[in-house]
Ligand binder design. Structure first.
Ligand code: UD1
Length: 370
């Protein structure tokens, strides 16, 4: 038990990349409600205001207790620096548990630093697999799951993936905390959503929302050129396109900008949700946007050869188009939301964060901070 300050169990949450801020928002609130003390460690993986600060402000996240300021580097250097810096914090704080999200380098660094100090690790979004070892995220999630003590798996498929790797102890089937976030913040983004669409010069159901940021797409010239051509064809087909550009892409999409293809800087969470709500189709390689499109009942074309969210493909709301321009353009043109919709409770009912907090409280036992 954290001897440094109080008799109450302390949860240290290690995060650093944009999607982790969204996932943490409902969980931070639920931990507080469950009477658990939490401190955030921001690794600094995402450091631009538009990638970090605006999310903390809009989502009401607590200020990080420490910001490591690691920033961008090669994978080994970035993860190594985080590992060393997170270890120092954990040695100082003596938390009772370390909480990590998803599959970024920040996730792996937090999990590894913690496991080596024999501090239990809880992993939210455990068990996801693409079976593509070329993705840095696949390596991060496999390694994180193998050192985690508590594994919060969002889907039945994720539970089965873990079982196949011999991990059954500590696995809890939950739902998806991103659904919690959408439901919790709906009243903040929905009322003004039509205005957001108009502000971008778009009309409801008249545009594709495009996001591309995966290294396997942006850093492979053949795939990158295929994707650019696919998006260009969408515009040429007469469908308006809005593409908020991730910093990894930078200026490289600029040549596509035209009357029908609009590029924008990264968007806030609320504006993203507003634009998702009214899109005709989403074209993305993001895991989070694949799910969020589905939460809003919008079909998705995934610009990858595989996805971790296979149940969306099975439900017919998501099509894998790879980096092939003809497939991207065709899938986007034909995309439609199936009459059957999504199976019920695919990602829970929006109360996943509360369930996770209760599990953590039971695991930590003893006194709580209320
Ligand atoms: C990371 C995650 C990815 C996640 C994504 C969400 C890993 C291996 N990848 O990818 O799983 O889906 O975050 O966005 O952890 N940059 C900036 N400003 C920033 C952050 C990054 O300009 O605030 C630029 C830098 O040039 C950097 C590049 O973007 O080199 C890539 O950033 P990095 O954090 O390494 O990976 P992401 O592509 O963001």
């Amino acid at each position: 038990m954290n001897p440094a300050s109080s008799p109450h169990p302390l949860v240290a949450t290690v995060l650093g990349a944009r999607p982790q801020f969204v996932k943490a928002a409902p969980v931070c609130t639920a931990l507080r409600r469950a009477g658990l003390a939490e401190r955030l460690v921001h690794t600094g993986q995402h450091y631009d205001a538009a990638m970090s600060d605006v999310f903390f402000q809009a989502l009401g996240l607590p200020e990080p207790a420490v910001h490591l300021g690691i920033g961008s580097a090669t994978h080994g250097a970035q993860t190594g620096r985080m590992l060393e810096a997170v270890e120092r914090v954990l040695l100082d704080w003596h938390p009772d548990l370390v909480l990590v999200y998803g599959d970024t380098n920040s996730t792996l660094a937090g999990a590894l630093a913690s496991a080596k100090l024999h501090i239990p690790v809880a992993h939210i979004e455990a068990g996801l697999r693409s079976f593509n070892q070329h993705m840095p995220e696949e390596i991060n999630r496999v390694l994180t799951d193998h050192v985690a003590r508590l594994l919060f798996a969002p889907t039945a498929v994720a539970v089965a993936n873990l079982a196949r790797e011999g991990i059954t102890e500590g696995v809890v089937r939950t739902g998806d905390v991103m659904l919690d976030a959408v439901l919790r913040f709906r009243s903040a983004f929905a009322p003004a959503s039509a205005d957001v669409v108009a502000r971008h010069g778009l009309v409801p159901r008249g545009y594709a929302l495009v996001t591309i940021h995966r290294a396997e797409n942006t850093d492979d010239p053949e795939r990158w050129n295929g994707i650019l051509e696919g998006v260009r064809r969408l515009g040429a087909d007469g469908l308006a396109v809005l593409w908020p550009v991730h910093p990894r892409v930078g200026e490289r999409a600029q040549a596509l900008a035209s009357a029908s293809i609009r590029l924008s800087p990264p968007l806030s969470y609320f504006d993203t949700q507003a634009l998702l709500m009214h899109a005709r189709v989403v074209v993305t390689d993001s895991g989070g946007l694949q799910k969020e499109a589905a939460f809003h009942g919008v079909p998705c074309v995934t610009v990858r050869d595989e996805t971790e969210w296979v149940e969306l493909v099975e439900a017919g709301v998501n099509v894998l188009a790879g980096a092939d321009p003809a497939r991207i353009a065709y899938a986007a043109r034909e995309a439609a939301w199936p009459a059957a919709g999504l199976p019920p409770d695919l990602y829970g009912r929006g109360d996943t964060a509360g369930a996770i907090a209760e599990h953590l409280r039971a695991f930590l036992g003893g006194a709580t901070a209320t």
